[in-house]
Design a protein around this ligand. Structure first.
Ligand SMILES: Nc1ncnc2c1ncn2[C@@H]1O[C@H](COP(=O)(O)OP(=O)(O)O)[C@@H](O)[C@H]1O
Ligand SMILES: [Mg+2]
Length: 260
């Protein structure tokens, strides 16, 4: 795993570029990198209390609770309420444990690193719906751009329709089939709301352009932009070759090889 994908690497550069980003406190796990995995065996690693205390202080610094918790590599967003969405600071240890678990489950190539943590301002949004199968993940308007050489190379909606569909419960007895999810009657409208970039309020493309300029000459990146109640924010970046393009995107020939 390239350290360039770590929030601790790209976030300070975004911040220095002056683009809107959530207030963010980076907290490093100071123990042996692997020791946090002891949580999964029900053991408390040495130094864990101090780590949780540091996360608690960080949460207050970013205006929480509530707050948004993730590792340098990701958030476990498909289990929203138990991973990244922290409403009760007393439960921080549980969120850490679930994110360590996610770090092990998400990659076929071995666990993602979990030595870097970020406590972030929970940006205010107006979700269209909370997706029950993603533990209440709020469906919001997000766009993903690929930037390189100072320009925006392509843009995509953030969510494929099927990923939104799978956020609804499967019908009882249903097979894992796209038609067997219990989606609301206006599902197509919901999908269009979340994915029709042309219908988004203006501003997201300009923001991607600013990120492109800030990272010009430094490879190709995917950049995620989130519409909040106070405008567009950049929430996430990754090296482009590791990020999901939409099927058929001419800029994403390796789309089949990456994990959405
Ligand atoms: N600070 C934040 N406030 C509110 N929602 C957020 C915030 N950061 C991320 N999100 C939401 O959570 C999702 C996942 O966050 P992200 O940091 O991109 O992790 P991952 O790498 O797992 O995708 C985002 O796509 C967005 O919907
Ligand atoms: Mg992301």
């Amino acid at each position: 795993v390239s350290s360039r994908n770590c929030l601790a690497d790209w976030f300070p550069r975004l911040q220095a570029a002056g683009v809107p980003v959530p207030r963010t406190e980076i907290v490093r796990w100071a123990g042996q990198p692997e020791a946090l995995a002891d949580l999964l065996d029900g053991k408390e690693p040495k130094g864990f209390k101090g780590f949780v205390a540091a996360l608690t202080i960080a949460a207050a610094k970013v205006g929480g609770p509530p707050a948004f918790l993730r590792t340098g590599q990701g958030s476990g967003k498909h289990s929203w309420a138990s991973t990244c969405h922290v409403t009760d600071l007393a439960k921080l240890p549980d969120h850490v444990e679930r994110l360590v678990e996610w770090s092990h489950m998400v990659s076929f190539l071995g666990a993602l690193p979990f030595d870097v943590w970020a406590v972030r301002e929970l940006l205010p949004t107006t979700p269209r719906v909370l997706l029950p199968s993603y533990d209440g993940f709020p469906l919001v308007r997000e766009a993903r751009g690929f930037v390189g050489n100072g320009e925006v190379k392509c843009v995509h909606p953030y969510w494929p329709a099927d990923a939104i569909r799978q956020g609804f419960p499967m019908k009882a007895g249903g097979l894992d089939d796209p038609f067997e999810y219990d989606v609301p009657a206006d599902f197509e409208v919901v999908v269009r709301w979340a994915t029709d970039l042309d219908a988004f309020p203006p501003g997201w493309r300009e923001l991607l352009g600013r990120v492109a300029a800030a990272f010009a000459g430094d490879g190709t990146w995917s950049v995620d932009v989130l519409l909040t109640d106070k405008g567009y924010y950049v929430t996430d970046m990754a090296e482009a070759e590791r990020s999901y393009h939409w099927p058929g995107c001419p800029k994403g020939p390796r789309a089949a090889e990456v994990v959405p």
